[in-house]
Design a protein around this ligand. Structure first.
Ligand code: ATP
Ligand code: MG
Length: 437
């Protein structure tokens, strides 16, 4: 980061040496002032994009329509953006047209929050016309200018507000919060992708519990373009959420929320689709949900430890070992509550301590999966071809059925993963299928 900083300052100086104003701006200044690691250094300048392109060897026109040229130095990208004013805002979104200006102050004025509207010059001089430093010192998040106007110009700023407040442990200034409550309905004009990106960062951030409380208090999720089931989280009192930092990633925290709300596997997948999550993310979360549905049913019967283990392994074959490993983390955090609720009911108060089968899932779930003699058809020491050849029958749906049964018996430890023994067992399974048939 020290190297990145020097490279960014070198870009600023080169612009200065050619008669242009230039500053570090936005997030990097904020994070430096807080002593937090800086993700990327952004530069604002009075130079026009074509002037920036002419001054540096390697540039990429990443956002010419809003005045941004990316300068590449040592393979690291630096966004250099011409000072600009944002003219008319369209339908509560940021404009596509911009007007170039030569005043830093005016450029800072279009920015969302005081802490994001500071600049640093090449000598380390801070430009802070809106009191961003004072707000940071007091732990206050405040809009630049009139909050209501700023949220009406661009409704996404409200989600950014919630994200920054939770990520940086800031109190939202009173009028900023009032305006947010007032304007929250305008979120319906914002593309779901952009809302989801903010949600993802809130859940994945430093204080996901605060993010949830803010989402609930603001009602933000009730006002997105698509109606989402996740909005129901405002019905759960903030105190009853466990510490979500105990779950490692944004996606897994989200899966926990769905389980807590009692949303089933297909509901999770559909809701995440509405939220524009990727297919891979939806698939992973909904398989976690499916494994949970299955294990909830088992848990309701009060299984012995042996039954609990078999169910765990069966679930891993049906829904993927990865889903079980994720579920284990959710159970470790809040298992008694997730498994304690009755069908169709959102989880309420739960006993602090779990039953023996739950303790076994949590403490042995991973080892059981590792110890499976085979976890997939690929690991089974008998192929479909060998099976068909041995029985001398035409391949058909029975092939998959027999292999599936063999895999299950092997994974459960009822059958060794040994070709001869598998063939023997296959004959019996095939016969019983024929009889049923
Ligand atoms: P991070 O990168 O950690 O999310 P950041 O502050 O750098 O934080 P970016 O989205 O990278 O956020 O934006 C860079 C800067 O551009 C911000 O600091 C802010 O000054 C300005 N900005 C970004 N989005 C908006 C917006 N919707 N309205 C007004 N200003 C914005
Ligand atoms: Mg940034």
């Amino acid at each position: 980061s020290g190297q990145m900083r020097s490279a960014a300052l070198a870009i600023v100086r080169r612009l200065n040496d050619n008669g242009h104003q230039a500053y570090l701006v936005g997030g990097c200044v904020r994070d430096e002032m807080l002593g937090r690691p800086v993700k990327d250094y952004d530069i604002a300048t009075s130079a026009l994009p074509e002037q920036v392109q002419a001054l540096f060897k390697r540039t990429v026109p990443t956002g010419l329509q809003h005045g941004t040229v990316t300068v590449v130095s040592d393979r690291v990208p630096y966004e250099v953006t011409t000072f600009r004013r944002e003219g008319g805002y369209e339908a509560f979104r940021r404009p596509t047209e911009v007007e170039y200006i030569d005043s830093l102050q005016e450029d800072l004025q279009r920015r969302d929050f005081t802490m994001n509207a500071m600049a640093l010059d090449a000598e380390g001089g801070l430009v802070d016309p809106f009191g961003g430093m004072a707000d940071l010192r007091q732990g206050v998040l405040r809009c630049v200018g009139t909050a209501e106007e700023r949220f009406r110009e661009d409704a996404l700023r409200m989600l950014r507000c919630l994200r920054f407040a939770s990520e940086y442990t800031l109190r939202i200034e009173e009028r900023t919060w009032e305006a947010l409550r007032e304007c929250i309905g305008l979120l319906q004009h914002i593309a779901m992708e952009r809302c989801r990106a903010e949600l993802e960062r809130m859940l994945g951030g430093a204080d996901p519990n605060r993010a949830l409380a803010l989402l609930a208090d603001s009602g933000a999720l009730r006002h997105t373009k698509a109606e989402v089931e996740l909005a129901e989280l405002d019905g759960i009192p903030a105190e009853s959420w466990p510490g979500l930092l105990g779950i490692p990633s944004s996606d897994e925290r989200l899966a926990y929320l769905y389980l807590r709300l009692g949303v089933d596997a297909s509901g999770i997948s559909e809701d995440m689709k509405r939220l524009t999550y990727s297919n891979a993310q939806r698939d992973a979360a909904s398989r976690t949900g499916a494994a949970h549905e299955y294990l909830s049913g088992i848990a309701a019967g009060g299984p012995s430890e042996g039954e609990a283990k078999d169910a765990w392994i069966r679930a891993s074959l049906r829904h993927g070992a990865d889903a079980l490993l994720r579920l284990r983390q959710l159970y470790a955090l809040d298992g008694p509550r997730l498994l304690g609720r009755r069908d169709g009911e959102a989880a309420g108060d739960a006993p602090a301590e779990g039953p023996a089968f739950l303790e076994a899932w949590i403490s042995q779930g991973e080892a059981w999966l590792e110890a499976r003699p085979a976890g997939s058809l690929k690991e089974l020491r008998l192929s479909g071809q060998e099976l068909v050849g041995h029985l001398g029958e035409k391949p058909g749906p029975w092939t998959g059925q027999v292999l599936g049964r063999l895999l299950e018996e092997t994974a459960l430890g009822h059958l060794p993963n040994d070709r001869e023994r598998l063939l023997e067992a296959a004959e019996q399974i095939y016969e019983s299928l024929q009889k049923k048939g």
